[in-house]
Design a protein around this ligand. Structure first.
Ligand code: NAP
Length: 336
């Protein structure tokens, strides 16, 4: 069927994955472009972002996302332009960011959207100034609170959250060690993003390399993965070190996650380590401050956000699979 101007395409979760995610878990359907009611706007979506946490949502392990459901629009953040408005506060032509989902046109209450500057690339709105950038900012600086000279370790270090965490730790004057899934990513972290060291989690002698990379032990471990990397970090924590539990990507894309690491609570007690989980939403009142500081560092060049781009809505399921397999660097952006 040929789509006409009044049609809009969207990605549906056709069934919930039981093992690793597959593009066939999604289908694309065509629906009419919606009309806005009072207080609503219709957004023509130009880009969406995909994050690892969305896999936790499909798994049912992200309590804030509610119970996973099939047969519905795949959720997620996007950026676009308002093409019809029933709202007094957001005019047609405004560029907005918010929970558009994976679709070409989103009908949303204007109050769910924030108007963003039109002259910045969508990738910045969705990456460093979006949820993942704010996660790195508040998770590291507020929850981890690293001090100059301390060693900060981050897992999934070349990923969307991780590569920003590492750079923020450098801005704080810390020694920064990344853990990533390939030698190529480790080289990028050190040679291009200024990390002091990086260790390949897939190396046979990972534990030895990890120990060698943390000679002064770990002041703050920013944990994106849980699993074996958390297990190794627990044994390298400095006295009164802090573990920031951001996510557990090692457990998302599988029906049989690795068991939780050994050593809890003994290692925490002996080394007086604080282990703290957080959700970025806890800091919603402070997002504007966070975005202003992050944007300042991007402008001065102290922070260099990276992203990978996919073209077209149909590429989104494959991009999600790539992200979970570790093939992406920085924030994953799909240009709709
Ligand atoms: N707490 C919050 O409010 C909040 C908000 C947003 C995101 N998050 C969390 O932040 C973390 C990172 O999310 P992101 O969107 O930035 O994803 P990402 O880091 O861009 O992508 C996920 C990365 O995880 C790594 N990975 C995949 N399988 C793994 C495994 N079995 N063991 C270890 N590492 C594995 C891969 O990197 P390598 O292969 O290079 O290791 C992959 O690139 C996730 O845990 C997410 O849930 C939390």
């Amino acid at each position: 069927m040929v789509a006409v101007m009044s049609d809009s395409r969207r990605v549906i979760v056709s069934h919930l994955p039981e093992g690793p995610l597959d593009p066939s878990d999604f289908t694309v359907e065509t629906v009419p472009i919606p009309e806005p009611g009072p207080g609503d706007v219709v957004v023509q979506v130009s880009a969406i972002t995909i994050g690892a946490g969305q896999r936790a949502g499909l798994q049912g392990s992200a309590s804030y996302a509610g119970a996973p459901t099939s047969g519905i629009l795949m959720g997620g953040s996007g950026v676009g332009t308002v093409i019809a408005s029933g709202s007094d506060s957001v005019a047609v032509g405004s560029k907005v960011a918010g929970p558009t989902g994976w679709q070409e046109h989103a009908l949303l209450p204007a109050t769910d959207l924030r108007v963003v500057p039109g002259d910045l690339d969508d990738a910045l709105h969705l990456g460093v100034l979006g949820t993942n950038g704010l996660t790195a900012y508040f998770g590291l600086l507020r929850v981890g609170d690293p001090q100059p000279g301390q060693t900060v370790v981050v897992s999934a270090a070349a990923g969307s959250v991780g590569h920003i965490v590492g750079q923020l730790a450098q801005i704080r004057g810390c020694r920064v060690v990344g853990v990533a899934g390939s030698d190529e990513k480790c080289r990028l972290l050190v040679d291009e993003l200024g990390f002091d060291a990086a260790v390949n989690r897939r190396a046979d002698d990972f534990r030895d390399q990890f120990k060698a990379a943390t000679p002064d032990r770990i002041g703050v471990y920013f944990d994106n993965t849980g699993g074996a990397i958390l297990g190794s970090a627990l044994f390298r924590m400095a006295t009164q070190g802090r573990i920031v539990c951001c996510g557990a990507v090692s457990a998302y894309d599988t029906a049989s996650p690795e068991p939780s690491p050994r050593g809890i609570p003994g290692l925490l007690v002996n080394n007086r380590v604080r282990m703290e989980g957080f959700l970025v939403f806890d800091f919603a009142d402070l997002y504007d401050d966070g975005r202003a500081e992050l944007a300042g560092w991007v402008e001065t060049g102290d922070l260099e956000p990276r992203h990978i781009e996919y073209e077209g809505l149909d590429s989104a399921p494959g991009a999600f699979v790539d992200l979970l397999a570790g093939s992406t660097v920085g924030t994953t952006i799909v240009r709709v």
